[in-house]
Design a protein around this ligand. Structure first.
Ligand code: CDP
Ligand code: MG
Length: 247
């Protein structure tokens, strides 16, 4: 099978779905029996702020962006129980993976999903009114249970953002990888090639990386403008990493 034939998409089962015990329902809606798609990767992620902000970078500056970040980090649904703040991230693979899953997921707005496509997953979501200290409504948040990549370019960006190459079996890798020839360390928004106290080692020589991630690190190391931000590379190496949790 040629790698280009591996249509791939990212699904996130969001914290409201976990809280409402809808994980099993969502997985059965997206099963191979219903979609013809297969799992290529799956992980439980405690989402830190870097990952949340990179995932929703296109919405930076919009009114719903701050509540959206709280939502995907689990702060909205688990304010007092940090250990329960999780997202399940899944890579599905097979013909037309992106449109097939978007179709089953339904409209972004749960009210529209209920009206237009009652059997869709987001038809089970809700709109939450956000209030200030006086109880006045100051906005709303769409708790729509699930994220699914909107197109192939988003899917590539998002899968590389959430998954390391070795989270996915090598034969199912949807994008090129290569081995790092250097050490790379990350500490407060900066990249280092030698160990710095309190830095996190992102790559050691020989570690398998997304080729485009290494291109980004090499450009930054040479003082050139990278194709995407350093945070997009490091987010997945800091999530589920004790030192990365408060970022
Ligand atoms: O998730 P999708 O690609 O369908 O929609 P989006 O426009 O990329 O928005 C990302 C997420 O932000 C949505 O899934 C909603 O959870 C949230 N959102 C919101 O809370 N209020 C809005 N007015 C729009 C989006
Ligand atoms: Mg979107």
């Amino acid at each position: 099978m040629h790698k280009k034939e591996l249509d791939t998409t990212l699904v996130l089962i969001k914290p409201d779905a976990l809280k409402n015990s809808l994980t099993g329902y969502i997985l059965s809606q997206l099963s191979e029996f219903n979609t013809g798609l297969r799992f290529a990767g799956m992980k439980v992620v405690q989402v830190n702020r870097i990952l949340a902000e990179e995932h929703y970078a296109e919405h930076r500056g919009k009114v719903f962006y701050p509540p959206l970040i709280d939502y995907i980090m689990g702060l909205a649904h688990y304010p007092n129980t940090p250990d329960r703040r999780r997202v399940i991230a899944i890579v599905y693979q097979g013909p037309n993976a992106v449109p097939k899953i978007r179709q089953i997921v339904g409209s972004t707005d749960p009210h529209c999903a209920r009206e237009g496509q009652p059997g869709s997953i987001r038809a089970l979501g809700m709109i939450v009114h956000l209030r200030n200290e006086k109880g006045e409504v100051i906005g709303q948040r769409m708790d729509n249970l699930i994220h699914a990549s909107a197109n192939a370019a988003d899917a590539e960006r998002e899968i590389k953002l959430w998954f390391k190459p070795n989270d996915i079996p090598p034969r199912l890798h949807p994008f090129p990888t290569r081995q790092s020839e250097k050490h790379y360390y990350y500490k407060v928004k900066r990249l280092f090639t030698c160990y710095e106290p309190e830095s996190v080692c992102i790559f050691a020589p020989g570690d398998e990386a997304w080729e485009s991630d290494l291109d980004v690190l090499e450009k930054i190391d040479r003082g050139k403008k990278p194709a995407y931000p350093l945070e997009t590379v490091v987010a997945k190496y800091l999530s589920n990493e004790a030192r990365g949790m408060n970022l």
